[in-house]
Design a protein around this ligand. Structure first.
Ligand SMILES: *[C@@H]1O[C@H](CO)[C@@H](O)[C@H](O)[C@H]1NC(C)=O
Ligand SMILES: *[C@@H]1O[C@H](CO)[C@@H](O)[C@H](O)[C@H]1NC(C)=O
Length: 349
């Protein structure tokens, strides 16, 4: 026990004696430089062979250092530089991204839209000075041939050969008559390898057209009518057609708006003169005392203060013609015997 303690107490002394000034301690190595079998102390004359760590190559020299009698190491200018990988080839239809091409640098690869990467999407420069993987390929996306709707067809904008098409190929759909296309007529092979939405070809029919009041139509068949079929309308007698003369069966299965027949107006006076179509007429000379829808007639009023007459216009609207308030119907005597005194005959204002 006593012996053990003595040995223990002696230990620091032993170490002290071996750190005497004539030995070299572990050398400070430049970055990325290493030596084999590092030990704590070296005797004068000991030689160390320096090398570069993995992935680095030596430049300048010398590659050995020697422990001198003064306990210092000889100088070295050895430097280790990262290994260089070859410059990568360009990627057609894609891009590569890298900052450097030395040991541990990374290249990232991406493909342009509509192309799929085949191979590794990145490569690392290895200690051997080669890339971890070969340059990948960017292959164009392909679509199957476009789906064709029942009763429809597609015309491609360019000739297609084989069973597939490339990204970006376009075409136009159409339906065989009388089918009507619902959806988009344009088709495109998208970057995801699928086609844009396929439209549908549907039958469109409209119910038999409706009759109109005081009118007639060119076709009163009680059957379904096809898309785009038309029917014409007309009005009876003095009725006037308002709206479009023709209706068409629309894509939504309904007809376009049908017209209506508007009634003529009777000019509700028995005695007097009117201005109609640029002419002054006695009311009895107006055929059946009627004007048509939208037509304008003027009745004469008298400005009593100035003793002159003037025409007041009024319009026939679907059977209604408003007689101007200032109009006074003359008595039968005035009308028959003193017609020269009526507002239409005296001096005009
Ligand atoms: C490569 O991609 C990785 C992961 O997305 C990213 O961290 C790195 O910065 C990229 N390198 C370059 C040079 O673009
Ligand atoms: C297209 O596909 C059909 C059925 O899948 C096959 O029978 C035909 O040989 C293909 N044609 C071409 C040109 O690849």
């Amino acid at each position: 026990m006593e012996f053990m303690l003595t040995l223990f107490l002696l230990c620091p002394f032993v170490i002290f004696t071996t750190t005497a000034s004539d030995v070299c301690s572990r050398p400070d190595l430049p970055v990325n430089v290493e030596v084999d079998g590092l030990q704590r102390f070296y005797n004068p004359g000991d030689e160390l062979v320096l090398s570069c760590i993995q992935g680095y190559t030596p430049i300048l020299g010398p590659r050995t250092i020697v422990c001198s009698a003064r306990g210092t190491w000889t100088k070295t200018r050895l430097m280790c530089k990262p290994k260089q990988c070859p410059y990568p080839d360009l990627l057609s239809n894609g891009e590569l991204y890298y900052e450097d091409t030395v040991f541990q640098s990374t290249i990232n690869y991406t493909c342009h839209e509509g192309h799929i990467l085949s191979g590794a999407s990145s490569a690392v420069c290895q200690a051997s000075g080669t890339w971890s993987s070969a340059v990948p390929e960017c292959k164009p996306v392909t679509c199957d041939l476009a789906p064709i709707p029942q009763f429809g067809m597609i015309i491609y904008d360019k000739t297609i050969s084989g069973n597939s098409t490339e990204y970006g190929v376009t075409g136009t759909y159409s339906c065989l008559p009388p089918y009507v296309l619902f959806g988009s007529a344009r088709a495109e092979c998208t970057a995801s390898g699928t086609w844009t939405k396929t439209p549908e070809c549907r039958v469109v029919s409209c119910p038999p057209p409706e009759t109109i009041d005081k009118g007639y139509m060119s076709n009163s068949d009680q059957r379904p009518f096809d898309f785009m079929e038309t029917v014409k309308y007309g009005c009876d007698g003095d009725y006037a057609l308002e709206g479009s003369m023709q209706i068409v069966c629309q894509q939504n299965g309904g007809w376009s708006e049908k017209p209506s027949c508007k009634a003529p107006c009777s000019v509700g006076i028995s005695r007097g003169r009117i201005l109609f179509g640029g002419q002054k007429l006695w009311i009895k000379d107006l055929p059946s005392k009627r004007v048509l829808h939208k037509e304008i007639v003027s009745l004469y009023c008298k400005n009593k203060a100035r003793g002159c007459g003037y025409p007041v216009p009024t319009q026939c609207i679907d059977g209604k013609l408003i007689i101007p308030e200032c109009f006074e119907e003359p008595s039968a005597i005035d009308y028959n015997l003193h017609s020269g005194s009526l507002p239409s005959e005296i001096e005009q204002c």
